[in-house]
Design a binder for this molecule. Sequence first.
Ligand code: FEO
Length: 400
Amino acid sequence: MSIIKLTDKITSVGVINPNLRVFDVVIPADYGTSYNAYILQGNDKTALIECSHDGFSEQFLRNIRLAIGEDQLDYIILNHCEPDHSGALACVMEHYPQAQVIASQAGALYLKNITKTEGFSPKAVKQGDTLDLGGLTLEFIPAPFLHWPDSMFTWVKEENALFSCDFLGAHYCEPNMLDTEITYPECYQAAFRVYYDGIFAPFKKYVLAGLDKIKDLDIAFVCNSHGPVLTKDCLLPKAMELYRSWSTPEPRANKLIPVFYVSAYGNTEKLAHAIAKGIREAQPAAEVECYDIIKHDLCKLSELINACDAFAVGSPTFNRDAVAPVWHLLTSIDAVNSAKKPALVFGSYGWSGEAAANLSARLNGLKIAVHPEPVRVCFTPAQQDLDCAAEQGKKFAMCL
Ligand code: FEO
């Protein structure tokens, strides 16, 4: 992508990566992505906001030169230091050694560890600090956990432009930069949601705090770091409304306590239903359902395990471990927001029966509050075993 002038003083100099299909190892990027960056030209000074992925350093440098010619960069501002924004920094610093690098306090520390450059000393800014480029005033607004501790916004009041880094972005790219020019709006909307789910859903309370911080600004442009720039008269109001609604907790009258299981010969399934019966006895108003993991959509179960108040999970033992579908479900747990969530593990086994202990170890690693008494039964549960399982389910649920 070549440079695109957004206003007289703001030029987009980012690059696109249309071939990317997975971002950060796990986040789908069906429509590629862009690494957006911007040149701000004041009357006296010039700043670059954001860098790019290091795989695009040469193209990125060419774009900067196209925008500023032989002029120098005075400042490089990184609103967030993840390597898709800081990867090209070393290369830019090499060509513009006089430019002062600016980041949040956490960001300045991260940059030292990311660049590992002797003597490199980025300037740390805090809430309300400003930078005058001559007719352009940059105000720094820390936005922690959107989505890293270092994240911040940069507000330029004279241009009504908010530089939001990842916030309100999308892994989506077209050769254009503005939301008014999107060729495939349905694809963009899908990418916008997937991006929110992958990057911001674990940080909902911070999303709401971030929206509150900017609610009184008269924003004409959100110059984000991935996907189209959002404008006041096109997609920006809707995008902010969606972030608010996706991040606002849904009120729920009753506790949600699902029981997940996989069962080879019906024995772990019997335990699941007995445990559910015990949970219902202790929590009659709770929503308690049993879910055979292989018979349900994993995305739905992932939503459930993250939304619930507590859960039980069971697996038979196969070759000294729990079985893969159970592990797949547990990999979808939002570890950021699941600490101390109560869980009960269970399973039928034939020989040594390691599944329950292995599930406990995994859940303990996620800081989940695992009930200290797993329900384990050798082969077929007798009525007495089912009564014990129900009793454990009841005991587990009485603590909720
Ligand atoms: Fe676009 Fe958090 O990196």
